[in-house]
Every structure is written in structure tokens, then in C-alpha cells.
Design a protein around this ligand. Sequence first.
Ligand SMILES: [Mg+2]
Length: 135
Amino acid sequence: MSTGHSHPGEAKPALCPAESMLKPKLTDLTFNGLCFFTEELADEIRYYAGQGASDDEWSDAQAMCVVEEAGEFIAAYRRARGFARRAGDRKEVTAELADVIISALLMFAVLDEDAQCHVKAKLFNVVSRGYVNKE
Ligand SMILES: [Mg+2]
């Protein structure tokens, strides 16, 4: 499985930078902008963190990240709601929920799929199917 988002004209340094070279590009926070950004981020992560991994291993790792972040979200939610030994707060909940979205967008990039297209199709289904009728 290939990301299909390589940028041959953009040379990367051999050593991992202290922070992402994409940081200055994080300006467009529309859904489309986030999708494009995470495609580039997936390429950068693949380059620096995924070296030595096969495409399937890289995909597996990203798939596991989606579920890992979902687990971190529910753990933060439990803490914030008082269902865990340690207390938490809303800021931790929203930060972990953001991680879920980011990891999901990264997974779309790894699958070389258009996140916006798939989300739009699912939302269309949600608004077309009606809601639970308990009468
Ligand atoms: Mg997290």
C-alpha cells in the first residue's frame, strides 16, 4: 500500500528535525486544509518514523493509532466524569478527541483515500436515513 503523496522535489534532511518542517504550513484549518495537511504529515511521519517498515506494516501501525487514540479519549472522558481513580478535565477530553480526528485523517492519507469524500458520503447517509422511531 502506497501513500501516493510523495513530493520528489522536496528534499528532506537525513536527520529527524526537532519539529516538523510542516509547522509553517498549518494555516488552513478548513476540513479540506486539514486533509491536505495530514496527507503531507503522513508523508513526513512515514519518512522519519516509518523507515524500515513495509507499506503494510506502516498501514497497520497507523490503523492501531486510530484505536489507541480512541482509547485515550475514553480514558480522559472517564476521568473527567469521575469514573476513574484519577481526576481529569474537559481540556484533556477535547485534546484526546482531537487526536482521534488527526489519527483518522492520517489513516485516510495512508490508505490514499479522500477523507472529505468519505465523510461527506457518510454524513449524507446520516441525514437521509432518519432517526430512531420508538413509537
Ligand atoms: Mg492522544
